[in-house]
Design a protein around this ligand. Structure first.
Ligand code: HPA
Length: 272
């Protein structure tokens, strides 16, 4: 079974469950699943029903695809993502992006929970991802390239579309939502960073997390035009606090920020 066949089978199954022509995909990060609860006329498809999908294992993730209406558009939201640290191959981690691209989507919102490296950030802030650094040292494009999906050497000079960032900044200004901008550093986890790693990362980035970058690489490879990345700063990763009990705090802080993220995402969807 090639990846192309696997994508086709997943696409066919999803199309058999919903006939909507999709405008946008959303990947809900840890604690941000409630974004998908806002979708109306929703059809929910458990990952376990979709061919070649995994079921996911992270607390706070529902593991289903929700298709319906949000902000006046047809959207598909992945309520739960696959992390590399769960033991999934990088191909499996990015499979949902391959599927959403094959469903014809040109806009993707990728959200995550991240630790704040930038001292000017506070827990609960939303950071617009302007750029990323791949400290996972994994790339979903390694191996045979399928020209049907995208080019061998895709450009990565602007993975997060500038116009979309400006659009979201304007929306935040108009709606009184505080927003930060910065560089997201992706690590594999699952162990949190040492103090020395945080000192190092804080020189080159603003937030650190364990996801998003493989998905964004796959999205760019697939030619998805509008990739918007949003991090919710769920804890400060500045080396002054420990990461003991951090995952619960991450989920809690992300949940608290959800209404703000939902408002922002809804408004953004209206304007694309
Ligand atoms: N480090 C890595 N990943 C994370 C963090 C963190 O501090 N917070 C949320 N995801």
């Amino acid at each position: 079974m090639t990846i192309l066949n696997a994508i086709n089978e997943a696409v066919e199954y999803i199309k058999s469950q919903s006939s909507l022509t999709l405008d946008l995909g959303i990947i809900c990060g840890t604690g941000l699943g409630p974004i998908a609860e806002e979708i109306t006329e929703a059809v929910s498809i458990p990952y376990s029903d979709i061919p070649h999908f995994q079921s996911g294992s992270v607390k706070g993730h529902k593991n289903r695809l929700v298709i319906g209406k949000l902000g006046g558009k047809n959207v598909a939201a992945f309520q739960g993502r696959f992390h590399f640290y769960e033991g999934y191959s990088i191909e499996k981690v990015t499979f949902p992006v391959r599927v959403i691209a094959a469903l014809g989507v040109q806009s993707l919102v990728v959200t995550n929970a991240a630790g704040g490296l930038n001292h000017n950030f506070a827990v609960g802030d939303i950071m617009l991802i302007e750029d990323h650094i791949n400290f996972m040292f994994q790339n979903p494009l390694i191996g045979k390239n399928h020209e049907e999906l995208g080019p061998r050497f895709p450009d990565m000079s602007q993975p997060y579309a500038k116009e979309q960032i400006s659009k979201v900044e304007k929306i935040c200004l108009e709606n009184g939502i505080k927003v930060q901008k910065g560089t997201y550093i992706a690590v594999t986890g699952p162990s949190y960073e040492t103090r020395a790693e945080l000192r190092f990362f804080s020189r080159v980035g603003d937030a650190v997390g364990m996801s998003t970058v493989p998905e964004v690489i796959a999205a760019k490879h697939n030619g998805i035009k509008n990739v918007l990345g949003l991090s919710v700063i769920t804890n400060m990763a500045t080396g002054t606090d420990t990461h003991e009990e951090c995952h619960n705090a991450v989920v809690e802080a992300a949940n608290q920020a959800t209404p703000k993220v939902v408002k922002l995402v809804k408004q953004y969807i209206k304007e694309i």
